[in-house]
Design a protein around this ligand. Structure first.
Ligand SMILES: C[S@@+](CC[C@H](N)C(=O)[O-])C[C@H]1O[C@@H](n2cnc3c(N)ncnc32)[C@H](O)[C@@H]1O
Length: 279
């Protein structure tokens, strides 16, 4: 999809085109992604550090705080993985306030082993969860793995309480050409090689290569903001840190507070984008 295109409300928005080097068609993609994460689960925390350039735990916590997560809120952490976002969410909201969801059993088991957090097997696009139960929904570094942003954001909206907050963290290809070149070299070449040397796990190495290809081919931030808006979220916002780390947030309108009807997108001029560090 080209920059500047608008997602029509209700129309599927895959986060990136089919990546034929990894799987033949989009029906195969979820199985391919699940296989990679299942195989990499035991090594994920060791390889996440270099991939996140040291912007790991502290950044996740600060991003959740910026989005308004506070003590006593109920949290659904979609794509919990090994629990890196959930751990910070539990630190802010309270130990028993967080539930995680992931389609990879390997990752869910790892999260349970490390955090003891309750886990649900499922996809972000089809949440097996009743509506209106959570104050806060987080999703860290999984937007590129969803099949369709339109249905996922509708699901996020559905399971939040009125007034609830969505907070999606994701890596974004730097807008600056030189920056994009440096990050490409680092994430596409250096990180997979480090992963191979550290883990001797070929699937983990493949996962790291796949990461960059999904970042490079991901739909632009403006379309992600538009899709959140089209799902019904208000106060849709993006905070960008060091030109690479994006935090997308939005609020489900409260009872009697503003329109909850989806599809009121008027384009990206509506959205507030704040940058931290250089872009
Ligand atoms: C890069 S890991 C991120 C884990 C964790 N949130 C973090 O911040 O480190 C991406 C996770 O997304 C999960 N995932 C993949 N496809 C998904 C989908 N369609 N819906 C929800 N989660 C998905 C993977 O199984 C994996 O655990």
């Amino acid at each position: 999809m080209e920059d500047g295109q608008q997602p029509a409300s209700g129309v599927a928005l895959p986060p990136h085109p089919t990546l034929g080097r990894y799987y033949d068609n989009d029906d195969e993609r979820p199985r391919f992604v699940r296989r990679l994460f299942d195989s990499a689960a035991r090594d994920y925390d060791r390889i996440e550090g270099p991939m996140a350039l040291g912007w790991g735990r502290r950044y996740r916590r600060e991003a959740l705080q910026r989005a308004g997560l506070s003590h006593g809120m109920t949290v659904l952490d979609v794509a919990i993985g090994t629990g890196l976002v959930a751990r910070e969410a539990a630190g802010l909201a309270g130990e028993r306030q967080v539930i995680g969801l992931d389609p990879s059993l390997g990752m869910l088991l790892e999260a349970r082993r490390q955090l003891g957090v309750a886990g649900v097997l499922g996809l972000g696009e089809q949440l097996p969860i009743r509506e209106g139960g959570f104050d806060f929904l987080s999703m860290g570094y999984a937007l590129r793995h969803l099949g369709d942003l339109t249905s996922a954001f509708k699901e996020f909206f559905r399971v939040l309480k009125p007034g609830g907050t969505v907070c999606v963290l994701e890596l974004t290809r730097p807008a600056n050409k030189a920056g994009a070149g440096i990050i490409r070299f680092y994430l596409r070449r250096v990180v997979p090689t480090l992963t191979r040397l550290r883990t001797r796990n070929a699937e983990a190495e493949l996962l790291m290569r796949y990461f960059w290809d999904t970042i490079e081919n991901c739909v632009p931030p403006a379309l992600i903001l538009d899709a959140l808006d089209a799902a019904g979220f208000t106060d849709v916002n993006r905070v960008l840190s060091i030109g690479l780390f994006s935090e997308y947030t939005g609020r489900k309108p409260g009872e009697g507070g503003g329109s909850a009807s989806p599809g009121n997108s008027e384009g990206t001029g509506n959205f507030f984008v704040r940058t931290i560090g250089h872009s």
